[in-house]
Write a protein that binds this ligand. Structure first.
Ligand code: RP5
Length: 158
């Protein structure tokens, strides 16, 4: 009836009926990376989340090569139900910072070792960690994809 609140579900069947259409496996963590070449390392984050039963999605998008896609993804992430974004990138690793610029969600950055890295990946680590005040990115160690997932799990549980 118009204007009156819907009655509370009375039975388990009622509850089940209400749950139909709600996506129970909606991802809580978004794992993004700058290149397909990052996948072997970033897969470790996905494996850790799978082991913990945390629904996640994996996407390849580069802050430099696909800036519009990254902005769209990060801007809509919270609305889509994501709780944390893990972003891995090598070299001039802008991806975690650009994601953080477009969302209020916590962002965990993973500096990745790449074929042409300098100083053993310190280039990416500094690019990720040295964010300006007000736009934080949590930075794990070089190739630390598994730790990024553990941190994401802790953020979700906190
Ligand atoms: C970064 O450049 C990527 O995250 C990757 O780690 C690195 C090299 O990318 P590819 O040349 O393999 O695509 O943007």
């Amino acid at each position: 009836m118009e204007g009156e609140p819907a009655p509370a579900p009375a039975t388990a069947t009622d509850v089940e009926r209400e749950l139909v259409g709600i996506e129970v496996d909606a991802p809580q963590v978004g794992i993004v990376m700058g290149s397909k070449s990052d996948m072997p390392v970033m897969d470790k984050a996905a494996a850790e989340l799978s082991e913990r039963g945390i629904a996640h999605e994996v996407r390849v998008m580069s802050a430099h090569r696909d800036p519009g896609l990254v902005a769209d993804y990060a801007s809509n992430a919270k609305l889509r139900g994501l709780r944390v974004i893990i972003a891995g990138a090598g070299l001039a690793a802008a991806l975690p910072g650009v994601v953080a610029a477009h969302t209020e969600l916590p962002v965990v950055g993973v500096p990745l070792l790449s074929k042409t890295s300098v100083a053993g990946g310190l280039d990416a680590m500094l690019a990720i960690a040295q964010m300006p005040p007000g736009v934080p990115v949590a930075c794990v160690g070089i190739d630390g994809a598994r730790n990024a997932a553990v941190l994401a799990a802790r953020i979700i549980d906190s």
